[in-house]
Design a protein around this ligand. Structure first.
Ligand SMILES: *[C@@H]1O[C@H](CO)[C@@H](O)[C@H](O)[C@H]1NC(C)=O
Ligand SMILES: *[C@@H]1O[C@H](CO)[C@@H](O)[C@H](O)[C@H]1NC(C)=O
Ligand SMILES: *[C@@H]1O[C@H](CO)[C@@H](O)[C@H](O)[C@H]1NC(C)=O
Ligand SMILES: *[C@@H]1O[C@H](CO)[C@@H](O)[C@H](O)[C@H]1NC(C)=O
Length: 387
């Protein structure tokens, strides 16, 4: 019956549309960002790591308070960003908060205090990113061995569809919360990240001149829910994935050190870590189960592998045919060629549908040796795939 379902879906109009997009033309000339798929550049904030954790996010939150509380406290109780998570009433979150590692627990407390959003909702906002993010990430090396790392962050699947606006409610609410953060110690940048106001983990970041890192969700039967349930029930030997990426961005000083930590730390849920270094050959996709690294797929000059690209499927398996962002993205990477890869052409690849879709919240481009991170809020007006 599964096969029959698969066949039926293949014949459905939806898959015809998908097939159309698979044949879609690669975009070009999209950069510098403009037009209807570009909703604005992302604002920069500084977070001072020398401050006590509860004070670090005060500036960001006082600026974004309205967006956060509008999303959190929409017209009806069920209109809110954080209340999309529904379960917020039933977890006894303050207790759960106490189990989270320092400094994340304190930072979450500070965010709640500065924004007026109840602690439990901020907490859930922080937890549920861990398991609902679809994305496309790519690390590529040009002909001179110069590395670039780029990503689309897609978020909000199945969290409510706005029929009138033909958009995902959650994605709409998140766009105003996208921020670029410069994390400093002694007034010097330690790392930079594209994030969401109110979120303390990291999904996208650069440790300038050393490495770049993004995280994509990995769906698996042994998925996030089990690990998170275990955490709630008291078995707490795994690490939250986005806390690991944050701690790696903050503390690791080289590609090799980052790679080792990302592949060897026990996690609460499976994930893909996409890591770029600062010299030729340093780029990989680490496919993680909760316990171990299943595979490390690296750049390889001898094999002509000048980029590694990850969506939300193991690279050695076919992507789900209804969600194939990998084939068009790779097609466009191949068409671009190694000689022409740059932040500009990576933006083109990430602007090609359905790599760009209605869940796409932001696009980030990183250049490790320049220490540069730039990001853009995205939109995908019709015709555009919902995911
Ligand atoms: C739908 O779009 C309109 C016009 O752009 C906007 O004013 C409204 O807030 C949108 N609705 C939601 C739920 O985002
Ligand atoms: C950081 O810079 C500010 C203003 O330039 C200065 O007041 C402060 O003392 C500096 N802090 C450190 C730790 O150097
Ligand atoms: C690359 O990173 C290593 C480890 O952080 C550092 O020692 C080296 O100087 C970096 N190289 C460049 C070219 O930035
Ligand atoms: C892109 O090129 C790689 C390496 O030559 C090849 O394995 C892959 O099938 C190509 N993908 C597409 C979609 O063209």
């Amino acid at each position: 019956t599964l096969e029959r379902l698969h066949d039926a879906l293949l014949k459905s109009p939806l898959s015809a549309v998908k097939a159309k997009y698979r044949r879609a033309q690669c975009r070009s000339g999209m950069y510098p960002p403009k037009g209807p798929t570009f909703k604005g550049a992302v604002t920069w904030y500084t977070v001072n790591l020398d401050l006590p954790p509860a004070k670090r996010w005060t500036d960001v939150m006082s600026d974004k308070k309205d967006d956060v509380s509008v999303s959190s406290r929409g017209k009806s109780r069920h209109d809110g960003l954080f209340s999309e998570f529904g379960v917020s009433a039933c977890l006894g979150q303050p207790l759960l908060l106490d189990t989270l590692p320092f400094p994340f627990n304190e930072e979450i407390r500070g965010i709640s205090a500065a924004s007026g959003v109840p602690l439990g909702e901020v907490l859930l906002f922080n937890i549920f990113y861990e398991v609902f993010t679809a994305c496309t990430s790519v690390v590529a090396e040009d002909s001179n061995g110069h590395l670039f790392h780029a990503r689309n962050l897609d978020f909000g699947l199945f969290m409510g569809w706005d029929v009138r606006n033909k958009s995902w409610l959650m994605t709409e609410k998140l766009r105003p919360l996208v921020v670029n953060v410069d994390f400093q110690r002694n007034n010097k940048t330690v790392f930079k990240s594209t994030s969401f106001a109110g979120y303390v983990g990291m999904l996208t970041g650069i440790h300038p001149h050393a490495f770049t890192l993004t995280m994509n969700e990995r769906f698996s039967l042994d998925g996030g829910y089990i690990g998170i349930m275990e955490w709630i029930l008291g078995k707490r030997d795994g690490m939250w994935m986005s806390f690991l990426t944050r701690s790696v961005l903050e503390n690791a000083t080289s590609y090799e050190e980052a790679k080792q930590k990302l592949s060897q730390t026990k996690l609460l849920a499976p994930a893909y870590f996409i890591l770029g270094g600062n010299q030729t050959g340093q780029g990989c996709v680490i496919t993680r189960s909760r316990v171990l690294s299943l595979d490390i797929w690296e750049l390889d000059r001898t094999l002509g592998r000048w980029y590694v690209l990850e969506t939300n499927y193991d690279h050695w398996k076919e992507p789900l045919f209804l969600d194939d962002r990998r084939t068009p993205a790779m097609k466009c990477m191949n068409q671009t060629t190694r000689a022409n890869i740059s932040p500009k052409t990576l933006y083109d690849v990430l602007s090609t549908k359905p790599v760009l879709n209605k869940l796409t919240t932001y696009t980030t481009l990183m250049d490790v040796s320049e220490g540069r991170l730039e990001s853009y809020i995205r939109d995908c007006p019709d015709p555009c795939m919902p995911w």
